[in-house]
Write a new protein. Structure first.
Length: 95
């Protein structure tokens, strides 16, 4: 008898959470995806790192993420972004 209200409450809570997540803007860091899936970033980066970073900046802007096999690297291009990063206290960043 008590199971029905519990199930209804769980479903309502799940629906509320899904709607709340959908309404928030995406905070994902853009990825250029140059090359083949899985090894594409590593292969393209390995051939010509400078050319790869220039292409990625043209596609994604001054902040982007590349995947080198199992490692994710966030690139900050430009003096202003790097100064902002270096001047910000470590507690502010959420890694």
């Amino acid at each position: 008898m008590w199971r029905i209200p519990v199930i209804v409450a769980l479903v309502a809570g799940l629906l509320y959470w899904v709607r709340k997540q959908a309404s928030q803007p995406s905070r994902k860091i853009p990825q250029p995806r140059i090359g083949l899936p899985v090894v594409g970033d590593a292969q393209a980066f390995g051939k010509s790192p400078i050319s790869y970073i220039r292409q990625a900046t043209a596609r994604c802007g001054p902040v982007f993420q590349i995947n080198l096999l199992l490692t994710k690297i966030v690139m900050l291009r430009g003096a202003q972004l790097n100064r902002f990063y270096l001047d910000t206290r470590e507690e502010v960043w959420s890694f």
